[in-house]
Design a protein around this ligand. Structure first.
Ligand code: SAM
Length: 300
């Protein structure tokens, strides 16, 4: 059966790793699937040499509508963004008819960056938000352009240099941020959270690096209002892969985009996840009938 968007059964979880055997059943952990039966623990106790292997091998997650081992998802997401990096910006404009610029402009206004701010842009890719934040934070500010994918970062870094901006650009995984606690005034992630394997861990990391009083901004595709559902589905599953093939010679990556949007937690679910990660005053704004949503939370 095809998993449904916002399906939280994935998190009813036996969460396995070698260091941490399990998380409490019912813990919120969308994106992770429970495939290991409790009996396996008995086997693992008797055969400790094999236990880690069996646990890791069976931890599944989703990549679009497919179920894949977690490690494979990371590789597949990397392939998508290596493949689309060169055409990413032109495809963004075409696919959204320029709407992504309005959604980002709204995000920038909500970020209310002031001169001297320290800002971390996660999954920053080609750097639309980073560039705008850097202009507002000014020379006394510190704005980091970060992403897990080198191809995306290279395109972004070159664009910024062309605009006269030289910023710290860093390859890093949002799930393991290489920054100290309580460091940033603002943390942002635009259209990146959807691709992360352990969204709960990434959100906890984003909160950790925020200063008390700092704000997290999560811009992401979301659940559209009911009247838009049908035309949006036709557009996503027919037009997007066709455009991807024509412009970027890659229909598959844009099929993944459509599927990953359907698998991403809806507005209320993501709000709950941000609250679970310890963020306060969490709220969201629907943009273009819920095609995208901006979630904002504060670390108190
Ligand atoms: C759709 S692009 C968004 C780029 C940019 N923020 C924008 O709004 O145009 C998604 C980005 O998320 C990045 N990404 C995926 N998983 C990540 C992770 N675990 N940590 C950091 N970045 C990640 C991808 O490499 C990709 O560049």
């Amino acid at each position: 059966m095809r998993p449904r968007p916002g399906d939280r059964s994935a998190g009813h979880a036996w969460r396995f790793s070698c260091s941490r055997p399990s998380a409490p059943a019912g813990a919120r952990s969308p994106g992770r699937t429970a495939t290991v039966l409790p009996d396996t623990r008995l086997y693992n106790e008797r055969h400790p040499h094999f236990s880690c292997i069996s646990r890791i091998a069976m931890t599944q997650t989703h990549f679009g509508f497919q179920q894949v081992p977690e490690e494979q998802k990371v590789k597949k997401v990397a392939e998508v963004f290596h493949s689309v990096a060169a055409k990413y910006d032109v495809m963004n404009d075409l696919m959204s008819a320029g709407l992504h610029r309005l959604w980002k402009a709204f995000t920038i206004s909500q970020a209310a960056i002031r001169p001297g701010f320290k800002v971390l842009d996660i999954a920053a890719g080609t750097g639309d938000l980073t560039k705008a934040f850097a202009k507002r934070a000014g020379p006394s500010g510190e704005v980091w352009h970060t992403d897990i994918n080198e191809s995306m970062l290279r395109v972004g870094r070159d664009r910024m240099i062309n605009h006269g901006l030289v910023l710290p650009t860093l390859i890093c995984d949002a799930e393991k941020l290489p920054f100290p606690d309580n460091y940033f005034d603002r943390v942002s992630v635009a259209f990146g959270l959807r691709n992360m394997t352990h969204k709960d861990q990434a959100l906890a990391e984003m909160r950790r690096v925020l200063k008390p009083g700092g704000k997290l901004l999560v811009l992401e595709f979301s659940k559209v209002a009911a009247p838009l559902q049908k035309p949006y589905d036709i557009y996503s599953f027919k037009v997007l892969p066709w455009l991807g093939q024509k412009i970027a010679n890659d229909a598959e990556s844009y099929r993944y985009l459509a599927e990953s949007i359907r698998m991403h937690p809806d507005q209320e679910t993501l709000k709950g996840m941000m609250q679970d990660a310890g963020l306060d005053r969490v709220d969201y704004f629907n943009l273009t009938g819920g095609v995208a949503a901006l979630h904002v939370g504060v670390k108190l």
